[in-house]
Design a protein around this ligand. Structure first.
Ligand SMILES: Nc1ncnc2c1ncn2[C@@H]1O[C@H](COP(=O)(O)OP(=O)(O)OP(=O)(O)O)[C@@H](O)[C@H]1O
Ligand SMILES: [Cu+]
Ligand SMILES: [Mg+2]
Length: 686
């Protein structure tokens, strides 16, 4: 394909750069022509210029209008020549679209349009020959007036439409623009400017004030504040110090810093987001498949109606009227509105989602929101910050001192990223203790972990584990600390409890709003936590959650989700995506609250980039609005054809109402534009 214009260039670019195959995507809905349509804008203007003399010299439906001038037979010949040029030049996009449709054995709207203008053209040429060379009486009416205006309006309509589709689909393009093209690489103390495509893991880069960060990485020297709004949707400056992670594409504030690259190219955060967005846009949801099938059927329906109308009108009226009506039916049946009804909303909705830090991995989940009535959620990391502070630590045997308990526990936890582990390590450090050397450390999922220190076997476990195994510990102290909202971790050697650490967490400030908003939407919030009953209750009470299930193992969470589903409930699960994976996968809607750069969460339908519970509220609102727009568009798209096809066929002709082909083309373009505008006005109000 020859490219000579911007519109087409960006279409091509989008196509190849990101495999966001818009053309294939709407191929099935009958819009595969778009890639073959060439430069619609120029074609429209040139065709319009060619149309003016035709309008001037050719009578409409055989009726001579006052401003028209004809000089027979030359004006007829001139019109025929101009009409032929226009037909070939302006009709070309539709013909190549039709060819592609027929090659795919999926005749659809381009085929309809080509048939419509083809019939009008052939008949008009015949009219000119019959009138001027064969001197047939009565004179045969030609359709050049209609043909010309029809082609113009079709070009205009499809040009506008293509623009809308491209604008809506450019979310991925916009994301791609976030990455700068060059980076300052530090090699042996000197700065070298290299292309970002040459960056590798472990490279050291310098990032200067105001620059875009070229790759994911860790800050190794300096400090700054960065704006991650383009990536997370959160429009505020985030402070970054040594060891903090930075995301490629974010904008550096006024500090200069050095970073070590941890993610580039395909495994960079931005690339993953782009992949998620384009996958989600390309995948078809149930509603969309239905729209496609209906649009496919329309071809046959329109063809049948056109043929029947032609025969009937040829019998009761004139051949000219029959042809005009058949052409109008073919044109008006163009199922554009229907074909675009869903994809345009999808494109818009995924773009909005991405810019708000909501990554939609499975769009069917969005359509399920309307049935939602239970929201199960994890506590630590979801409702609470997961930012534990040690409130107390004690030795409960005479074998160890309290500090020794903490030292051993810190040693065992040093390889763990569990929020409780992080809290214990921080406490040890704050008390000036050096974590013990631990070996053979093993995770005990949902319980804690086990390992060796100085040749001695230890375990860190929850109170629930002690209860299950009938091990003795001080229940009064536990009750007191847990009731104050603490999570307790016990140090165990064999059957003996040696000590414990009690840690408190903070409720996220936005959690209350999430619960209130769920209740307002008639969605019952339920807390599922691996933590103890008492501290779970403390959080639940403050947030207004009635149903609490505590001391759960990851598989218990999944079983509970299943339990609700078997009772006929539609369940959303919100979790931090680590130990909640099974339940996220089981739920009708799995929402992973992933902090920062961790988007590789396979079990969730939705990933919230920021760890903000309020984003669940945003997601629900967006999902509801999206579903509403989709059904509005479906109704409009399908309803439009149901009403206009019979009208075009002349069903109201007995009462004097008959559409002419040009008007048919206007209506068809308008319907598409209405559907497009309806999709574009989708907003996430705030
Ligand atoms: N690394 C660890 N150190 C100490 N205790 C742990 C560790 N991992 C798990 N536990 C214990 O197991 C329990 C369950 O852990 P799990 O990770 O399943 O849930 P959680 O993240 O604490 O809570 P939630 O389910 O609300 O997120 C914890 O409450 C804790 O008592
Ligand atoms: Cu169309
Ligand atoms: Mg958790």
């Amino acid at each position: 394909m020859k490219m000579d214009h911007n519109d087409e260039m960006s279409m091509e670019k989008m196509h190849h750069d990101h495999q966001m195959d818009m053309s294939e995507h709407d191929m099935d809905m009958g819009g595969g022509h778009m890639m073959h349509m060439g430069n619609l804008k120029r074609k429209f203007w040139v065709s319009l210029v060619l149309t003016l003399p035709i309008i001037l010299m050719s009578p409409m439906m055989g009726i001579q209008l006052p401003f028209q001038l004809t000089f027979q037979p030359w004006s007829d010949y001139l019109v025929a020549i101009l009409g032929t040029v226009l037909f070939v030049y302006g009709g070309q996009p539709f013909f190549s679209g039709a060819k592609a449709e027929l090659q795919n054995k999926k005749p659809a709207m381009m085929t309809l349009i080509s048939m419509g203008i083809g019939v009008a053209y052939v008949y008009s040429i015949y009219a000119v020959i019959a009138n001027n060379l064969l001197n047939v009486t009565p004179a045969v009416t030609d359709f050049f007036w209609e043909l010309a205006t029809l082609i113009d309006i079709m070009l205009l309509g499809h040009w506008i439409e293509m623009n809308t589709v491209m604008n809506a689909g450019s979310a991925v393009d916009n994301l791609a623009k976030l990455l700068p093209s060059r980076a300052h690489k530090l090699v042996d103390g000197t700065v070298q400017d290299v292309g970002v495509d040459q960056l590798a893991h472990g490279d050291h880069l310098q990032v200067r004030a105001g620059e875009k960060i070229p790759a994911d990485g860790v800050l190794v020297s300096g400090a700054t504040s960065v704006n991650e709004a383009m990536v997370t949707g959160e429009a505020r400056l985030v402070e970054k110090h040594v060891h903090d992670q930075v995301v490629g594409g974010a904008v550096n504030g006024d500090g200069t810093f050095e970073m070590q690259v941890t993610g580039t190219g395909e495994d960079g955060y931005l690339a993953q987001v782009m992949k998620l967005v384009s996958d989600a846009q390309a995948a078809k949801s149930a509603q969309e498949n239905m729209a496609d099938r209906v649009a496919g059927l329309l071809f046959y329906a329109a063809l049948t109606v056109a043929i029947v109308a032609f025969i009937v009108w040829a019998l009761v009226g004139s051949l000219a009227a029959a042809l005009s009506i058949a052409v109008t039916v073919l044109v008006i049946a163009c199922p554009h509105a229907l074909g675009l009804a869903i994809p345009l909303v999808v494109a818009r909705s995924t773009a909005i989602a991405a810019s708000h830090g909501l990554l939609i991995r499975n769009r069917d989940a969005m359509e399920r929101v309307k049935d939602l009535n239970y929201a199960l959620m994890d506590k630590t990391g979801t409702l609470t910050a997961g930012n534990f502070k040690v409130a107390a630590y004690q030795s409960t045997s005479d074998q160890l001192t309290a500090d020794q308990v903490l030292t051993i526990m810190a040693g065992l936890e040093s390889g763990s990223s569990h929020p409780l582990a992080v809290g214990i390590l921080a406490a040890a450090k704050a008390h000036g203790l050096t974590a013990a050397q631990a070996s053979n450390v093993q995770q005990l999922t949902g319980v804690g972990l086990g390992g060796q220190v100085d040749g001695q076997d230890y375990q860190i476990v929850s109170a629930a584990y002690l209860d299950q195994h009938g091990l003795t510990y001080d229940h009064a102290t536990f009750d007191e600390l847990a009731a104050a909202g603490n999570s307790l971790s016990y140090l165990l050697a064999g059957q003996t409890v040696l000590g414990f650490v009690a840690q408190g967490d903070q409720i996220k400030p936005e959690a209350k709003h999430l619960i209130d908003s769920l209740l307002a939407q008639n969605v019952t919030p339920v807390m599922l936590t691996g933590d103890n009953q008492q501290s779970a209750q403390v959080v639940a009470r403050q947030l207004g959650i009635q149903d609490v299930h505590a001391s759960l193992l990851p598989e218990d969470k999944a079983k509970l989700v299943q339990h609700y589903q078997q009772a006929g409930q539609h369940v959303m699960m919100i979790g931090d995506g680590v130990n909640d994976a099974p339940s996220l996968a089981q739920a009708d809607i799995g929402v992973a609250i992933g902090s920062g750069t961790d988007v590789a969460i396979d079990s969730a339908d939705i990933v919230l980039v920021k760890s903000n519970p309020n984003d669940v509220v945003d997601f629900l609102a967006l999902a509801r609005k999206t579903t509403r727009k989709m059904s509005q568009n479906l109704w409009w798209g399908a309803g439009y054809n149901v009403i206009t096809i019979p009208l075009a066929a002349g069903i109201l002709a007995p009462v004097g109402f008959l559409l002419n082909p040009m008007f048919g083309a206007v209506v068809m373009s308008l319907s598409t534009i209405i559907v497009a505008i309806n999709a574009m006005t989708l907003r996430l109000g705030k």
